[in-house]
Design a protein around this ligand. Structure first.
Ligand code: ATP
Ligand code: MG
Length: 383
């Protein structure tokens, strides 16, 4: 029996003049997530249909679709010619043999000889005849069998819908630049902003030889895991060692991290401007560590003028870990490689760095020159 996958998107985002913009983007993203497979794609009002695929890849196709932002839910269904005998045979194939059920019917094809409630009653009766352990419960059934008689003279028969990623199609909100470390938080932050439709590029600060090449590989691995959700991604790796050494030599130890962060933000903003990204994204969560107190965040935010999105700001670590596990980045994030922030880690980092004091502490550094050198050394990797 022929099968197909019905995709539903969140209507809300598809209203008004922007409808075609959203839809085209979503369709493009669906197609790029399924580029490994052969299938037919059809657009009907309010939903999309994937058909004519090799059934042995059905689960892979579903897994890919579940990572496309903008899809609200999907159903795997049997597609049959619209006649009551074929529809009944399809309902027998669903595997519902005991417990309570009801049939819910939608009849778009008004030429079909039975009305919706007559179809539901007829199919219910045939199911009861065939499977003696089934019973009908219209109010609180264990199983709902959906029957959708389409205008195309085809009928779809399916069970529940599978929830998908929701959100907005990646790209509809413009471009953002993610500050991606090797930790748990920043990949989750990137995932969350992609879910709101941002197309994501990543910047990573690397302190070779203080940090190993494995540390960089780990970040690239995290970025590539994110591409399941974001589509292709450019990762910019910035040599950060010289800057750290200069800060270490010239600035009070307690401000090491604050000043380092200010450099990261300045470099990130400069890069963002050059690649038409209009926001920075970090994995900061209020109060999680010394560099994420309100005063620290103020001190780092001070050097940039574009919006900085911190989607995890109000999240507990456990909530962040839950998402990291769900999106499969957690196991990679906890691999024990050094991050640049652990190099020259001060014994007592300032938890309430005063902006004026930090600015004074930076004075000895040739800030513009250091930034320019770092930017000239950027390595771009396309995933
Ligand atoms: P994460 O788990 O994302 O590493 P964290 O809890 O370790 O976060 P910090 O190390 O203070 O927190 O980093 C805060 C944020 O700064 C990170 O979420 C990330 O966005 C950015 N960041 C930190 N280190 C780097 C780096 N080496 N390259 C790029 N961004 C970084
Ligand atoms: Mg970190």
């Amino acid at each position: 029996m022929e099968k197909a996958i019905i995709l539903r998107y969140s209507e809300i985002h598809l209203k008004g003049n922007n409808r075609y913009f959203f839809e085209n983007l979503l369709i493009e993203n669906i197609k790029s997530s399924l580029k490994r497979y052969n299938y037919q794609f059809k657009k009907t009002y309010g939903r999309y249909i994937i058909s004519d695929y090799d059934e042995s890849y059905e689960q892979n196709i579903i897994d890919s679709l579940k990572k496309v932002f903008g899809i609200h839910s999907l159903s795997v269904c049997y597609v049959i010619n619209s006649n009551i005998d074929d529809i009944a045979s399809a309902t027998f194939q669903l595997g519902i043999k005991s417990g309570s059920f009801k049939v819910e019917c939608n009849r778009a094809d008004k030429t079909f000889p039975l009305k919706s409630y007559e179809i539901a009653a007829e199919l219910g009766g045939r199911l009861l005849d065939k499977f003696k352990d089934l019973r009908v419960d219209l109010h609180n059934p264990e199983h709902i069998i959906y029957v959708d008689v389409r205008e195309s003279k085809k009928t779809f028969v399916f069970l529940d819908s599978i929830p998908c990623a929701g959100g907005l199609p990646v790209g509809c909100s413009g471009n953002g630049l993610l500050l991606l470390s090797g930790g748990i938080d920043s990949p989750v932050a990137g995932y969350m902003m992609a879910k709101r439709g941002l197309s994501i590029s990543a910047i990573h600060f690397h302190s070779y030889p203080f940090t190993s090449t494995q540390a960089k590989e780990k970040v690239l691995k995290l970025a590539s895991l994110l591409t399941d959700y974001t589509g292709h991604m450019d990762v910019y790796v910035v040599p950060f060692t010289d800057i750290q050494v200069k800060i270490h030599e010239n600035c009070p130890e307690e401000f090491m991290i604050t000043i380092m962060r200010r450099f990261m933000m300045r470099i990130a903003e400069k890069l963002a401007n050059s690649i038409s990204a209009k926001a920075l994204i970090t994995g900061e969560s209020l109060g999680q560590v010394a560099s994420q107190t309100l005063d620290s965040i103020n001190a780092t935010n001070d050097v940039v003028s574009m919006p900085v999105f911190r989607p995890l700001i109000g999240f507990d670590k456990m909530d962040i870990i839950d998402i990291a596990q769900k999106i499969d980045t957690y196991e990679t994030s906890i691999l024990p490689y050094e991050d640049c922030c652990t190099v020259f880690l001060p014994k007592r980092p300032a938890t309430k760095p005063k902006l004026s004091v930090v600015k004074k502490a930076e004075e000895k550094l040739e800030i513009d020159k250091l930034i320019e050198e770092a930017i000239n050394g950027i390595e771009k990797i396309r995933l």
